[in-house]
Design a protein around this ligand. Structure first.
Ligand code: NAP
Ligand code: MG
Length: 397
């Protein structure tokens, strides 16, 4: 008998190979067991273009309304994609748009599987990364400087008073210039989200920035973190956890020697880059989960990887593919488990946890896709194709 999920989940469909996997997950693993009320938004490239990207905004607002969403990977168009899909324009990153509407923090955590040893020998426990999801280069203005001239930073106070003007550079010839910003409100809610996550998981919180070079911008992040963590010192002590500030390069060096088990809070760009490094270090991008948590407690789950374009082109040619669906499955189970918690329907949460346990067990028993087979210990001779893996999970459910 199917289990009924009481309240709606916002579903955002996506692109390429992950879109193919997405449908298989629903058809093989979810629909046979759950009665789901899905609020569907098609964030596939074509439909974003058709709606002038309005669908992305509507989908983000739906997460605000229903509290829980799940998102398939989507193309962020560049010049090549504009040509490939005959787009009206290079639409913004959907993730960027959604993050700025929800003003949330992205937490990424690897799925630990016994027979996939991390590339870094010291890593024993998952390293979670908290990526600030607002501002910096992701919400910047850029300008290609055509030739000699002066670039200035100007601030005009809304309340009147004196304008502030700083010279960025006296250009002698062509170059580039960028203006970026962040807000105290966003930095503070980011630090609070990280502190809540760390206290919830009873794990250490690391924060790294470059305040020695950026004595105002980066230093402000440090100041806010120090204040917020300082205010909750007693709770950290009670949880047996510690807050540590480090220079970002020191944090990178320390992480390679650490055992794991901490939350590493990162500024937006650092989080973008370091989450890919940590994911690869733990085995595969296909084992990295991701959740965007807003300060109001709205949750959007997804896989950390992209649309796996190379595999999609093989798929289109009719060639067999072996694409890892684990992170996409965990995006769904994350959303379903959260829905169950919010709705107080433990049977729904239990279904999600059981599905997760089955996925891990199947890999530990030796059935896995090519990306994992290449790094599994002991070695796995025969890897599963995309659909074979999902069928193996479906058979055990
Ligand atoms: P990607 O989709 O993450 O894939 C890069 C490579 O990593 C793949 O070619 C594959 O390596 C490996 N890989 C990633 N996920 C895998 C999985 N589930 N199973 C097996 N192998 C996996 O990144 P990309 O190809 O650079 O980007 C493709 C598109 O995704 C871009 O248009 C980008 O904008 C978008 N993107 C979206 C998101 C998002 O929506 N959250 C995030 C990142 C990128 P091999 O080819 O060696 O097998
Ligand atoms: Mg990245």
């Amino acid at each position: 008998m199917a289990i009924t999920v009481k309240n709606p989940i916002v579903e955002m469909d996506g692109d390429e190979m992950t879109r193919i996997i997405w449908k298989m997950i629903k058809d093989k693993l979810l629909f046979p067991h759950l009665t789901l009320d899905l609020r569907y938004y098609d964030l596939g490239m074509k439909h974003r273009d058709d709606t002038d990207d309005k669908v992305t905004i509507d989908a983000a607002n739906a997460v605000k309304e229903y509290s829980v969403g799940v998102k398939c990977a989507t193309i962020t168009p560049n010049a090549a994609r504009v040509k490939e899909y005959s787009l009206k324009q290079a639409w913004k990153s959907p993730n960027g748009t959604i993050r700025s509407i929800l003003d949330g923090t992205v937490f990424r955590k690897p799925i630990i599987v016994k027979n996939i040893p991390p590339a870094v020998r010291s890593w024993k426990k998952p390293i979670s990364i908290g990526r600030h999801a607002y501002g910096d280069i992701y919400k910047s203005v850029e300008f290609k400087v055509p030739g000699a001239g002066t670039a200035e930073l100007v601030f005009t106070p809304a309340a009147g008073g004196e304008r502030v003007s700083l010279t960025i550079h006296e250009f002698k010839g062509p170059g580039v210039v960028m203006g970026m910003h962040n807000t105290e409100k966003s930095i503070r809610s980011f630090s609070r989200a990280c502190i809540n996550y760390a206290l919830g998981e009873k794990c250490d919180l690391w924060f790294g920035a470059k305040d020695t070079i950026s004595k105002t911008y980066h230093a402000f992040f440090k100041e806010v973190f120090d204040q917020e963590a300082g205010a909750r010192k007693a709770e950290f002590e009670k949880a047996g956890a510690r807050y540590r500030y480090m220079l970002i390069d020191d944090a990178v060096a320390q992480i390679m020697k650490a055992e794991g088990g901490m939350l590493w809070a990162c500024m937006n760009y650092d989080g973008d880059v370091m989450s890919d490094m940590v994911a690869s270090g733990f085995g595969s991008l296909g084992l990295m989960t991701s959740v965007l948590v807003s300060p109001e407690g709205k949750y959007l789950y997804e896989a950390a990887h992209g649309t796996v374009m190379r595999h999609y082109y093989e798929y289109l040619k009719g060639n067999p593919t072996s694409t890892n669906s684990v992170a996409s499955i965990f995006a769904w189970t994350g959303a379903i488990a959260r829905r169950g918690e919010l709705d107080k329907t433990p049977e729904v949460t239990a279904f999600a946890r059981r599905l997760e346990a089955i996925v891990v067990k199947i890999i530990e028993d030796g059935t896995m896709t090519k990306d994992l087979a290449a790094i599994a210990e002991p070695k796995v001779q025969k890897y599963a194709l995309t659909e074979e893996f999902l069928d193996a999970v479906a058979a055990r459910l």
